[in-house]
Design a binder for this molecule. Sequence first.
Ligand code: LLP
Length: 431
Amino acid sequence: MICSNLEIINGVLHFGGRNTVELASKYGSPIYVMDEQTIRRNCRKYTVAMKKYFGDNAKAFYASKACCFKKIYSIIESEGVCADVVSPGEIYTAKSAGFNMNNVCFHSNSKNDFDINFAMDNGVGCFAVDNIEELEAINAFAGERGIKQKILFRVTPGIDTHTYEAVNTGKVDSKFGFPIETGAAMAITKTALAMDNIDLAGFHCHVGSQLFDSDVFVRSAEIMLQFIADVKAETGYEARELDLGGGYGVRYTENDPEIDIEDNIRQVAEYVKKLCRELNLNEPAIRMEPGRSIVADAGITLYKVGNVKRIDGYKNYVAIDGGMGDNPRYALYESEYTVVAADKADEPCDFLCDLVGRFCESGDIIQPRIKLPETVARGDLVAVLTTGAYNYSMASNYNRIPKLPVVMINGDDDYIAVKGETLEDLIRNDV
Ligand code: LLP
């Protein structure tokens, strides 16, 4: 199995030690199931390794966009993890969960005046600033409040990570951040240093997502530290924080490698220390922003089969009771997933088919060319693995289909972390 929280017992898929058939009969289908223990284990990989190799000032920020609801914030906060947010909605959710807002960093490449004021009113600790217009607005609104707002600049180190285009964000030609190469990052730094209400803490970069090259963070650290040294030489200002972003990949299928996060962090830390010595810099406090690697393998989605269509001479389709509304990732990125016949997990899988959803669109495919048991039939339970990241958070109401509940398991305990939407919820804002 692709993750240690999965096992097959008497032909039934178990997740986080729990029988998936029993969970589906208790909570219905389709449902997202998330395992609190796996989230906690993943948080600790970062908190332990970062403290060990980068020291006490290092901090992990969970990128909420991967999966955002109140309970996640309580879990990560109790693990000593801070949060990265990108919208008033994520800020509101964190605040409603009682999260310490000083430990929140507000991203987004297009924050409007409402967003900025909302973040300040809610005590968000830091802004990752992406453009000059935003910097000027923050300076003005901080001035109105008589505060100095802590910020980081998001800069693009110019690294091409060879991942799929939509998540390849570290290149110079990107809507995110100030490029180092063109001089824009240096120029905006000088502008900020002259502003009265801005406390520039340092710099941020995020070069991509679902990354497996162990040297990506080392390469970005090298460029960022050189930039910090250049800024110091030109202005005398020395950054006290460096955020290397998120991006470690997870295993969606057996073909994906397993990343040893602790060892990766050790390598990055050794490199950062060495480079700081060479560049005569104080070591900045290091921040990382994992999203996917905190929650992806902590989630699976359980569906029921609705029908099996065998088109002789062409293809077979197995249609389920969910689809692109709860998991748009194949439709958007052709993302790979592992699919398991959860209630027939011991049967040989010889039936080649596409697993498709219920949405009115041919592109509504969860995964093409998978193999399920020949006996697959209406009512069978199917599990799609590694759906904890960018599934619930990217869900839509296309076709007016309600969003699924999130069922959380924690050892023998299980509870609803997010209720499923009702039909009434769907028309709540209609007038
Ligand atoms: N920090 C920043 C500034 C980011 O933009 C992101 C992700 C992260 C951290 C977290 O990266 P992670 O550790 O999750 O790779 N919807 C796409 C992924 C988009 C990622 C956007 N930024 C997907 O479903 O694959």
